[in-house]
Design a protein around this ligand. Sequence first.
Ligand SMILES: Cc1cc2nc3c(=O)[nH]c(=O)nc-3n(C[C@H](O)[C@H](O)[C@H](O)COP(=O)(O)OP(=O)(O)OC[C@H]3O[C@@H](n4cnc5c(N)ncnc54)[C@H](O)[C@@H]3O)c2cc1C
Length: 464
Amino acid sequence: MSRSYHLDGHLPADHLLSPQAAFARLPFHVRQFTDYSPLDLWETDTRRLPRSLARLRRRARDFADRVLAPAAMELDLAPHLPAGEVHPLVADILVRAGREGFLSYFLPAPIGSMPPDRAFHSPVWQSCLVIEEFSRVCGGLMLLLSAHHLGCMPLVLSGSPRLILGQLRPIYRSCLNGDPHLVAFAITEPDAGSDVEDGHGAARYKPGLVASPVPGGFRLNGRKQFISGGDICRSLTVFAALEGEGMESWTCFHVDSRSPGFRVIRTELKMGMRASGAAELEFSDVFVPADRVVGKLRGGWAINRATLNFSRIPVASMGVGFAEAATRIAAEFACSYELGGKTLVNYQDVQLHLATMLAETRALRSLVWQEARHAWRPRQLMASGCKFHATDRAQHICEMAMDLLAGHGSLHEARIEKLFRDLRLTRIFEGTNQINRLAVIEDWQDSLMNMVPSDSQGPGNSGA
Ligand SMILES: Cc1cc2nc3c(=O)[nH]c(=O)nc-3n(C[C@H](O)[C@H](O)[C@H](O)COP(=O)(O)OP(=O)(O)OC[C@H]3O[C@@H](n4cnc5c(N)ncnc54)[C@H](O)[C@@H]3O)c2cc1C
């Protein structure tokens, strides 16, 4: 049956001049080169993925809708808990995520839970698909679950079978058995956010967490700040400088959070992603056995930078998930809100607004999937460029939704104000978007230097 309803300024689908009616009159074989199927866009994108990734995307969406979405708004409004207390909804979600393999999918079975047919695709791409779906329903729960993969990444990147089989595999097993062992990633210090993510700043920085060699291992002293999941993790990958040395001595340690001397000072009352705790951590003579050094002594800076290259494309996918949700919220509002005797979507400037949001969201997804597809060896220029662009543009798309919802958008139940607060944080963590722009230039600088004209009388020098 043909549809006869239509929006103002457009023809109904059964009108002779509509593309659907025109294409329907084409010969069968010519029609094969046209597409006006009513298939939903999410479904269209999913079908374009390799089969194993399409399955993962469907599973992630199902988990997000079934488990995360029902808890999202309640956790956003829940009172800020003292360090050490876990909201029962969070505890339940962690168990379910662990059992369903969402805390162990970064490595193939039998170490992790990635099925063999997915092992042919970049784990970064897999992570992007999951994170996009989780972000779509709740930024806080997404961060709660994905910060764990960031924490595990140094163990993966150590490339050490001893660490992967001896430390990471038991972590993954525990998660799969319904006893979630979360791992946090700790680089930020009270005096250093960007300085531990950017070589230029690090070269001048005096380390705030120091490891002193003692018989059998090291003792750690100092603090870390803003550590996602630091309040509930069972272990952490922590970066510290060796006593008396600078940042070039940074070494990664896998620390048990039950170690004497380790203390969660507090979790921050932050603007968004409130289901995930950002903790300040104190290390007072925390003993770490020598076999829990991750990678080489003084090899921590490389592991840190490599981890960030792996994680920044997934952070970009958070932007895609938020942009998708903002576009949907705006479209639902436009289709239901009455103004001046007609539904908002019938105003053509509103249609232009929605079309821009849709196209921008799809452009971001194309960028992220394109970079993620090839990210077996993620390169800094691509990872950082993707991170700052996707999260900056997602914020713009979110603002477009807020423009459309106007006063209604300021209400908690409209969901867009939560999304706005959650999304804003993606432009700060994993390096501020300014630092990520500098990371692009850092990687690009050799090529940039080669662009200096050989006669050195280029435009930049013309006034000299
Ligand atoms: C929700 C959340 C979760 C987080 N989770 C974690 C985590 O799990 N683990 C972890 O280790 N950290 C985490 N962080 C910390 C985060 O990575 C840092 O906040 C971030 O790197 C910025 O550091 P900063 O806040 O100290 O800002 P600063 O580094 O002090 O920056 C202040 C300003 O100076 C600018 N700036 C700095 N250097 C330069 C420069 N060279 N040139 C120009 N401008 C510059 C910055 O862009 C910014 O505008 C988290 C933060 C948040 C908000």
